[in-house]
Design a protein around this ligand. Structure first.
Ligand code: GDP
Ligand code: MG
Length: 441
């Protein structure tokens, strides 16, 4: 895929604008990438449409060519759709917190119960694992083994009493947890290989008996296209609050993640990456996005291109300052924008003698502040920006009205600017800047 995209890149490289053709060409490749990653077709369609919409509205980047820009939009969108940030488990006000696991047979529920048990124990909790899967003969035994490995307690029907009732076991386990001071109960349930009504009903009955604080839908990442129907069936049959993706150590590209997230809107909370108890982690949307896109090298390229661009801008600015050209409000704004965007100018400034103060000045301005500052400067005429000395009282009032801020804010900005300018003058007039073209000017 990377090869294909690289050729798209080179054919688009020379163009300066994001045209409909640019967007279409790159989106065709993205579509293929998503299908290859086993994202379900309706989800691919919806997602690509969403990306196109966003690409159309995007400002044309100076740092990236159009195709790179579309890929970046896709990656950002993917991270956002996959969850932005991960959600934490909700704990009940009155313990025990009840976590119920649901999913197809073989999806990894019992293994997950052990992983969660270990993970929770390490955080100082006293979890109880509950064997409410009485479908398969060795299910109870399997959970006991896992619990022992995780060094956590297990609640299971006594052997030899015939087949117990999973709903009853689940209900009794809550009482038991309360008596034994377990603050979290993890209920392992039965699954079938396919979706069936009886299994759904049993899961729903357990849910009604114990009112879980969290129902986690456990889904095998290898399931691919089937993720949609399975997730839908569990959503309707039992409902769930979060998703756990298992078997991510396999070669599945993880399209199931996007499908499940898109179809159900539920957050993906954890990722399972092996059979051992420690193969378990919070879900990371950014890692999953690059896995699904499978464009690691292109994403690196994009990152690099942006970085280089920012560095060039920073160097240009430093050169301009060093050569003694007038430091204007436009420069001031540009500097602040760069500082917000990334590190290079900060480092550059930090390396120059006397520039520490300037950096502190810029650092004092936080993001929201910056938007207001930008609005103020944009409300000025070009003459005012180039020569702020001419900004008298009536001009300040006009600028304040134009940018929707108070006159005091305009005053503060102008004062801050003059401070910065003084510092610049001292620098460029005095000691010069070692290693800078035109330094000492
Ligand atoms: P359940 O039927 O939903 O309870 O699934 P199990 O927990 O019994 O898991 C089914 C099989 O998948 C077992 O052989 C597990 O060892 C294996 N398994 C579970 N999670 C993972 C995982 O993240 N990676 C791998 N490679 N295997 C897993
Ligand atoms: Mg099981």
């Amino acid at each position: 895929l990377s090869d294909r995209l690289t050729s798209v890149f080179s054919s688009l490289r020379s163009k300066g604008r994001l045209s409909e053709a640019d967007i279409d060409a790159t989106c065709r490749e993205i579509r293929i990438a998503l299908l290859e990653a086993d994202v379900a077709l309706p989800v691919v369609r919806a997602f690509v449409a969403q990306v196109k919409e966003r690409a159309r509205g995007a400002e044309v980047s100076q740092a990236l060519n159009p195709a790179q820009q579309v890929v970046k939009i896709v990656n950002d969108e993917l991270i956002e759709v996959l969850g932005g940030e991960t959600r934490r488990l909700r704990f009940a006000k009155n313990p025990p917190t009840v976590i119920m696991l649901a999913g197809l047979q073989g999806s990894g529920k019992t293994t997950l119960a052990g992983k969660l048990g270990r993970w929770l124990r390490e955080q100082g909790h006293a979890p109880l694992l509950v064997a409410a899967d009485l479908q398969r003969p060795n299910a109870v035994q399997q959970l006991s083994v896992v619990a022992e490995r995780a060094q956590v307690a297990v609640f299971a029907p006594e052997p030899g009493n015939g087949v117990g009732d999973p709903v009853d076991v689940a209900r009794r386990s809550i009482e038991y947890a309360r008596r034994q001071q377990h603050d979290i109960v993890v209920i392992d349930t039965a699954g079938r290989l396919g979706i069936d009504q009886e299994m759904m009903k049993q899961a729903a009955d357990i849910r009604d008996a114990v009112s879980p604080d969290e129902i986690l839908f456990v889904v095998d990442a290898m399931i691919g296209q089937d993720a949609v129907t399975t997730a839908q069936a569990f959503m309707e049959g039992v409902g769930f609050d979060g998703v756990v993706l298992t078997k991510l150590d396999g070669d599945a590209r993880g399209g199931a993640a996007l499908s499940v997230r898109h179809i159900t809107g539920r957050p993906i909370m954890f990722a399972s990456t092996g059979e051992k108890l420690e193969d378990f982690d919070a879900f990371h949307p950014d890692r999953m996005a690059s896995r699904i896109l499978d464009m690691g090298d292109i994403l690196t390229l994009i990152e690099q291109a942006q970085k280089t661009f920012d560095e060039e801008q920073a160097a240009k600015m430093a050169g301009k300052l060093a050569s003694g050209d007038g430091f204007t409000l436009d420069d001031f704004l540009e500097q602040m924008m760069m500082v917000r965007k990334m590190g290079p100018i900060k480092n550059l400034l930090g390396m120059m003698p006397g520039m520490g103060q300037m950096r502190d000045q810029l650092n004092q301005i936080d993001d929201r502040d910056l938007d207001r500052v930008a609005a103020i400067i944009r409300s000025m005429t070009p003459e005012e920006r180039a020569d702020p000395k001419i900004i008298n009282g009536s001009r300040r009032a006009r600028i304040a009205r134009g940018s929707g801020v108070t006159v005091t804010e305009v005053n503060n900005l102008v004062v801050r600017f003059f401070d910065a300018q003084k510092m610049m003058k001292r620098l460029t007039g005095g000691m010069g800047l070692p290693g800078m073209p035109g330094g000492g000017g």
